[in-house]
Design a protein around this ligand. Sequence first.
Ligand code: CO8
Length: 374
Amino acid sequence: MHTPAITGTGVYTPEQIITNAELVTAFNAYADRMNAANAEAIAAGEVEPMAPSSEAFIFKASGIERRHVMDKSGILDPEVMHPLLRQRNDEEPSVMAEMALDAAKAALAQAGKTAQDIDLVICAASNMERAYPAMAIEIQSLLGIEGFAFDMNVACSSATFGIQTAADMVRAGSIRAALVVNPEICSGHLEWRDRDCHFIFGDVATACVIERMDEAKGPSFEILSTRCATQFSNNIRNNNGFLRRSRPDGVADRRDMQFMQNGRKVFKEVVPMVSQHIAKHMGDTGLSGGDLKRMWLHQANKSMNDLIGKKVLGRVPEPQEQPNILQEYANTSSAGSIIAFAQNSDDMAEGDIGLICSFGAGYSVGSVLLRRHD
Ligand code: CO8
C-alpha cells in the first residue's frame, strides 16, 4: 500500500467579471421588457409581473459580490441572457478542455511533474459539454498523457469524489499519479432569467495532482482519509439530457433543463447532513474539531459555511480557519472547495491538519482529511 498525497493544485480564473450591480441592471432590464410585453395579461391578472432583483438581497442571502465568467456579453444582454460562446469544430479543443488545461498545467508545475509522470486523468464536474468522447480523454490527449482517463459527475461533490477515486488507486498501486480536473462552466447551465438563482454561479477550472507521497518533489498534503456520502433529493435538479427530443411538449427551452433548486430546503437539510458527516468522519479517524487548522468548505453560501464551521469547531471559526472565496467567484460547483484550498494552504506548517469538504446536488457530501508535510 502507498500513501497518497496532493502535491500540486491549479486554478484557471476566467478574465471576465460580472459584479452584482451589473448583473442586477441586466436582470431588471430583462424583467422590464417582459413586463412591458405582457402588460395586457398582467393587467388582466393572467400573468404575474416579474419582480426586480436586488444587490442588497444577493449579498445578504449569499455573500456573493461578483463572479468570473467565460462570456459576459450574452449574459448581460437582456435579449440574450446566456453566455455566447464561439462555436468550435470537432478538431478544436472544446471549451471545458481548454479551461481544464490551464488549471492542469499549473497543478503539474506546482507538483514539479510532467505529463509523463501521470497515469490517470479524471474530469470531475457538474456537467459535461457533450456525452462522449469523455472530456477527460480529450484533456489527456491535449496534455500528452499516456494511460487512461474518464469523466465523473457528482455535481458539487465531483472534485472530492474524484480525489477519493484517485487516492484509492494510488494507495492500491494501480496508478502512480493522477490529475483530477474540475472545469465548471456553470454559466452555461444557469437560468440567468430567474431572479431566485441568477446570482448564484460563476465559471472556473481547478486541478489537483495526486500521487504517492514518497514521490513528492516539494511540500505535500498527505491524504489521511476520504469519505463520500449520497442521499437522493430532488431539491437541486437539472433535467437536461439526450432524451429531450423525445418529450412531447417541445424541446427548445424548458425551465427544468437548466439549474433548478429549492434553495431554502437545501440550506436546511444540507447543513446538518454535512456537519454530521464531518463529525463522524473525523471521529472515525481519531480526530476532533480541535485538531483542524483549516477547513476548505464548498462555496455555495456564506451563512451555510459559517453554520457548518461553527458546528465542526464548537465555536465561531476565525476567518483564516475557514477561508471563503465565494465573494469573488460565487458558487463554482465542485471547484469551490478546491479554489479555497489552492489559495489558502501555502502557509500551513508541517503536521497541520485540514479538511476539504464539498456538498450539493444528489445530495452528495465528500470530505478529504489532509496533513501538511514540508
Ligand atoms: N432579489 C431580490 N429578492 C429576491 C431575489 C433576488 N435576486 N431572489 C429571491 N428573492 C426574494 C424571494 O422571492 C423571497 O421573497 P418572499 O419572502 O416574498 O417570498 C425572499 O427574497 C427570500 O427568498 P429565499 O427564501 O429564496 O432566500 P434565501 O434566504 O433562502 O436565499 C439562497 C436564497 C441564496 C439560494 C439560499 O437559499 C441558499 O444559498 N441555499 C443553499 C443553496 C445551495 O447550497 N445549493 C447548492 C446548489 S449547487 C450544486 O449542488 C451544484 C449543482 C450543479 C451546478 C449547476 C451550475 C449552474
